[in-house]
Unconditional design. Structure first.
Length: 93
């Protein structure tokens, strides 16, 4: 697996965790738009750590710290916007 594939896989995992616990959410109309949900970053860490502990779920993370750092990084990319950007732009027009 190449480095870029590994990075993409880890970021996809982090995004899926954040969406699973509701820390981030998607728009009901614009399904590709992701924005801040309930902000439960601690819940995301707990869920991810549970997944990390499962023996049948191999991950490419070096350790738990790397995993939580990536989760935080992905979360920070999307936080700060509490509604769908596409919907917001339609309302402004």
């Amino acid at each position: 697996m190449s480095i870029s594939d590994r990075i993409e896989e880890e970021r996809d995992f982090a995004l899926n965790v954040l969406l699973h616990v509701g820390a981030l959410t998607t728009c009901m109309i614009h399904e590709d738009d992701i924005y801040e949900g309930n902000g439960d970053l601690e819940g995301a860490y707990k869920y991810a750590n549970n997944q990390f502990s499962k023996k049948d779920n191999p991950m490419s993370f070096e350790d738990r710290r790397e995993m939580t750092d990536i989760i935080k990084s992905v979360y920070e990319e999307y936080c700060g916007c509490d509604s769908c950007p596409s919907c917001e732009s339609n309302f402004r027009e």
